[in-house]
Ligand binder design. Sequence first.
Ligand code: SF4
Length: 94
Amino acid sequence: MFRRFERVPKTPLKQKIKDIGTTINDIRKGNTLSIEEFEKRISICKECRFYHKYTTTCNICGCMMKVKAVSPSMKCPIDKWLPSNLGIQGSNED
Ligand code: SF4
């Protein structure tokens, strides 16, 4: 018989594009999380059933978690981890 596949709520394309832009902006500005905060996010993802361990992508948003998780502005699509105010500003311009 046919194998049943779990329905996964997908992030809309418009939101995906917005998230990619925000992540790139954060990385470009040097506004990234500390290694410890990044590792916390990744460890949550690694325990998640929506994490694809070979591609390191999330099956909901389709993002590469090793890139998305460095951005303090980003959040998990199902709120397992949230935006952080612990970003490190690489540049000292104020
Ligand atoms: S971002 Fe959220 S839903 Fe996606 S793999 Fe990580 S914890 Fe799971």
